[in-house]
Structures are given as C-alpha cells and as structure tokens.
Design a protein around this ligand. Structure first.
Ligand code: URA
Length: 210
C-alpha cells in the first residue's frame, strides 16, 4: 500500500466495521457504529497535530501542559453519506467548522456532478479533513478535493471507511499528495459502482431510505 494510504487496522475499528457490513443490521445500529468508528478514526487522523506548552495551575502547583496549537480544523463532508461520520469526529474535535460538498453520481456514467458547495470563509487558515464513507470509483472524491483546492486550505486529508482498489488508485493519480485514511480496502468495484464485498449503499443504510 502506498505511503499516502493509512490503513487503520485497530481491532475496535475492524470489529465495528464487520458488524456494519451485516445486511440485517438495523439503521439505528449501523448509524451508531459509524459514529463510533468516526470517533476512533479521528484519533488516528489527528495523531500528528502539533501541540504547544501552556502555563497552567493545578490545585497544587504551577506547571506546564501540552495543548493543540492554534490550528483550525474544518471537516468537509461529502453529502450525503459523509454526514454519518461527522458526529463521531466532532466528539473528538468539537470546535471544528464544517463545510459541505453536494455531489451526486450520474447513475449511467458514474461521473460526480456538483449541486452544493459551502465552506467557511477562512479556508486558507484551516486544515481540511474530507469525510466520505465510500471511496468507490473515486470520481466524487477526486471532484470534491479538486473543488476544495480552489479554496486554498493549509492541508487536506481524506477519510473513508471502505475503498475499492481502483478508486484509491484513481484518487492518487489525480491527488498524489493527499493522504487517505481508510479502515479497509475491499476486493473490487462491481459493474454498478458498488464496492464488493462492501456494505451496500452507505447513504441508504445511514438514513434508512431503502
Ligand atoms: N457508494 C456506496 O454507498 N456504496 C458503495 O458500495 C459504493 C458507493
């Protein structure tokens, strides 16, 4: 796997992912598990955030302790499935701003078409963490990051739950410098653009729309 792919193989993440794949899992349970995985993945994605020492006073004495440097994070969710990741991530980084990118896949061509784009105004001061549970063809991820780059964020990371090998390769062909954090790279993409073995349509399973 390329150095720009971070495979998050923590047993808790893998266990919860297996439960999510099960076809009979309820919407409620699926959503809760995605939130929990989001929180666990957020630990890994933010692992190298720089810290600085500040002076504090405990009830007993003065000391110094590390806090995260004054950097600003923006979670950028690709609608609609990206929203499922957000709650877990916000548990860990509650002060983050949130940007939205609305894309839909043309069912025939599988090409990503933008219908919504809203970011905080100070993107050039922010580290962007893009969220989408499924990196399938890579078309949405490529288009979302292309569009995001126009706002000049300080850095961009991409977080997904599952990826297809082709999607990952396509993404890094276009955005080789953007690290991808992924819980599992599955076997293949089928002719309908679904990841196999996968977990089905993430949006439908999160929102109970099927
Ligand atoms: N989007 C999904 O929700 N599931 C897939 O398998 C592929 C893309």
């Amino acid at each position: 796997m390329s150095a720009q792919v971070h495979h998050l193989d923590h047993p808790l993440i893998q266990h919860k992912l297996t439960l999510m794949r099960q076809k009979d899992r309820s919407t409620n349970s699926f959503r809760r598990l995605l939130g929990e995985i989001g929180m666990l993945m957020a630990y890994e994605v933010t692992r190298d955030m720089p810290t600085q020492l500040i002076d504090i006073e405990t009830p007993l004495e003065k000391t110094q302790g590390p806090v995260i440097e004054g950097r600003k994070t923006v979670f950028v969710i690709i609608m609609r499935a990206g929203a499922g990741f957000l709650d877990g991530m916000l548990n860990v980084v509650p002060g983050a701003r949130i940007g939205h990118i609305g894309l839909y896949r043309d069912p025939k061509s599988l090409v990503a078409i933008e219908y919504y784009f809203k970011m905080p105004h100070d993107m050039h001061e922010r580290d962007a963490i893009v969220l989408d549970p499924m990196l399938a063809t890579g078309n949405s991820a490529v288009a979302a990051v292309e569009r995001l780059k126009e706002t000049n964020p300080k850095s961009i990371r991409f977080v997904c739950l599952l990826a297809a090998p082709q999607g990952l390769a396509h993404f890094h062909d276009v955005h080789p410098e953007v690290p991808v954090y992924v819980a599992a790279v599955d076997r293949e993409l089928d002719e309908h653009g679904y990841i196999r073995p996968g977990l089905g349509d993430a949006g439908d399973r999160i929102f109970g729309t099927k």
